[in-house]
Design a protein. Sequence first.
Length: 109
Amino acid sequence: MNYLLDQLDQSGGVCSARKMFGEYCLYYHGRPVGLVCNEQLYLKDTEPGRALMTHPAEGAPFPGARPHLLLCADDWDDHHWLHQIVRATLDALPPPKPKAPKRPATKLR
């Protein structure tokens, strides 16, 4: 995970990861773009991301998950391309939904 974050940081990306369910969720500029499971990066499937791959591979990070674009650890060596595909994925995702305002707590009788 540290290697992946270092590769993305070399290109000026603002990346972070959060441990979830024994694996990691990858965030780029504060928004989730993929998952890292079993030393493989599963990016959300977007047309711009798919277009940057010469032979797009799909995989599911866990049983029952939607198909994602699969990038094996060997694909992480080219930090320029890695940054490009992660950035393209982020740009193609819909904007986050605004959070609903918190309602005041009601008293129980």
